[in-house]
Write a protein that binds this ligand. Sequence first.
Ligand code: GLA
Length: 363
Amino acid sequence: MTTTISMRRLTTVGLLLAGLTVFSSERPAPEKGLKDYYKDYLLVGVAVSPAGLKGSEGELIKQHFNSITPENSMKMGPIHPEENRYSWKDSDEIVQFAQDNKLRVRGHNLLWHEQTPKWLFKDANGKQVSKEVLLKRLKDHIDTVVKRYKGKIYAWDVVNEAISDNPQEFLRNSEWYQICGEDFIAKAFEYAHAADPKAVLFYNDYNTERPEKRERIYKLLKKLKDANVPIDAVGLQGHWSLEEPTEQELRKAIEQYSSLGLKVQITELDVSIYPWEKDRRAKRPDESDAYTPELEQKQIEQYKMFFRVFRENKNVLTGITFWNISDKYTWLDTYPVPGRKNYPLLFDQNQKPKKAYWEVVKF
Ligand code: GLA
């Protein structure tokens, strides 16, 4: 009797074990994500909105990325719409998602000339405010936002795009500049450092590899370093294309900025299938916006080269962040030409890895 029972038990246990073995051997190993291939090199991030944290996109983020940047939620306009009112819902949700899934967060951004709230540069009578008032507002803003997420946001884009697009000018003639002169830049870094001394503080800009603009950015960064302004790093946005930057331009930019003792990250990476165009322009000469095999191949070559350069600079290049998750949605679908589809990322419109993905993880 006893024997029968124990035999039965044994048989049951045996069957269970056999079942488990079969089950586990059939179960696919947890798929590696981009972040896993690059774990010995750099952080791999992506720009997100609260809507993108759910469903299949949320799963894609968890599988492939170990860092996120709020695409819009932390910009001054959205997060601080009125002088005495902050709107935390979206940014809180993003930071909570990061906490729940052990992701790093790059805060973006504390000072920019775009997406500013209406009240910022004006007094109650609609007159432009003084430098003192504007700097006080900046300090209050930075204090409040940075302290709220202290310990949860490891890096901040403190100043975004302060260099002019006009090679004849140094700084952009923004309202920040018109009211404060050059001082707003150093002040923003000082306020951010005081609010969270551990946060890694970035200057962030685009076209950072174009030689002429590179020199002006370098000049600004050097000035800040020489004046002991608490700046730690520079963000190369990386809104690149099939045409640029060249390997040499990219290497030179990383080398020149890091020679100042600054770390470097690529903060808004995408590789447009169109040439760079800040000004609106029509579609390609053939009026097509098709993602042809030739364009795809050129994009693969660009991505391969970029990632090779990233790997070879791992001592100074601490992270890369893609600007959007997949080709299903990219800001380049509407900018600078509305209604012109673009395909700049490593995941396709069905959120599957593209050929370029498999090439950049092959090394
Ligand atoms: C700049 C900003 C980003 C984003 C992009 C376009 O690069 O830094 O926050 O607005 O433009 O989406």
